[in-house]
Write a protein that binds this ligand. Structure first.
Ligand SMILES: Nc1ncnc2c1ncn2[C@@H]1O[C@H](COP(=O)(O)OP(=O)(O)OP(=O)(O)O)[C@@H](O)[C@H]1O
Ligand SMILES: [Mg+2]
Length: 186
C-alpha cells in the first residue's frame, strides 16, 4: 500500500468496526518542522491495556475468522521506514487516537494519493459514522464534515440515484476548493 490515504481509509475502518459514531481525520503538513502528521481519532469502544499492548503485532486481531491484523502494523512500518513513528492511544469505553508522523522530505515518503476517491469513500463510510476530515497546510485548512452532507440530503439515502449527481458536484467543489487553498502542491 503505497498511498497514505489508503492507510487512512484502513484506519477509519477500524474506528467503524469499533462502533464509533464520530471519527476525526486530520492530515497536517508542518512545513517548518518537515513533518506530515496523520491523526485519526474516534469515540468507539476503545481498547483495554492488554489489547493496546498487542495492537502493533501483525498476528493480533479481534476480527472473527482472521489470523492477522495488518492495518496498524502496516501504517507503522511505513512511518518507521521514513524515519517517522506511529503512536496509539486508547481507553476502553472512551475511544482511540492513532497518530502517525512522517518526515515530509524523506525519499521513501509515499504520495498522499487520491483525494477525490478518498472523500467519496469517507462520504459512503459516513452511513455508519460521521466523519470530520481536515487537511491543514501553511495555516490553511480544507474541511469536510459528513454531517453537513447529511443535513443537505435530509434523510435521502446515499444509495439513492439522485444523490450520485449531488455527490459528484459536492466533491468537485471540494477538490476545486483544495486547489484554491493549496495552489502549488509542494
Ligand atoms: N479504533 C479502534 N478502536 C478499538 N479497537 C481497535 C481500533 N483500531 C484497532 N483496534 C483493535 O486492534 C486490532 C488490530 O487492528 P488492525 O487494523 O491492525 O488489524 P484488523 O483491523 O484486526 O485487521 P485488518 O486491518 O488487517 O483488516 C483490531 O482487530 C481491534 O481489536
Ligand atoms: Mg484494521
Amino acid at each position: 500500500m503505497d498511498e497514505l490515504l489508503l492507510h487512512v481509509l484502513d484506519i477509519v475502518q477500524n474506528s467503524i468496526s469499533a462502533g464509533a459514531s464520530l471519527i476525526s481525520v486530520e492530515i497536517r503538513e508542518r512545513i517548518k518542522e518537515d513533518l506530515l502528521e496523520i491523526t485519526v481519532e474516534d469515540n468507539g469502544r476503545g481498547m483495554d491495556e492488554e489489547t493496546l499492548k498487542m495492537v502493533e503485532d501483525p498476528f493480533f486481531t479481534t476480527k472473527s475468522g482472521k489470523k492477522v491484523g495488518l492495518g496498524i502494523p502496516l501504517l507503522k512500518q511505513t512511518a518507521l521506514s521514513t524515519g517517522g513513528d506511529l503512536k496509539v492511544k486508547s481507553q476502553a469505553g472512551k475511544g482511540t487516537r492513532i497518530k502517525a508522523q512522517f518526515p515530509r522530505s524523506h525519499i521513501d515518503l509515499p504520495p498522499l494519493g487520491d483525494l477525490r476517491g478518498t472523500i467519496l469513500a469517507l462520504v459512503y463510510a459516513s452511513e455508519r459514522a460521521d466523519i470530520l476530515f481536515r487537511y491543514l497546510k501553511n495555516g490553511r485548512e480544507l474541511v469536510l464534515d459528513t454531517r453537513e452532507i447529511k443535513a443537505i440530503l435530509n434523510d435521502v439515502p446515499l444509495s439513492h440515484p439522485s444523490v450520485i449527481k449531488f455527490l459528484r458536484e459536492f466533491i468537485n467543489e471540494k477538490v476545486k476548493e483544495l486547489e484554491r487553498i493549496f495552489p502549488e502542491q509542494d
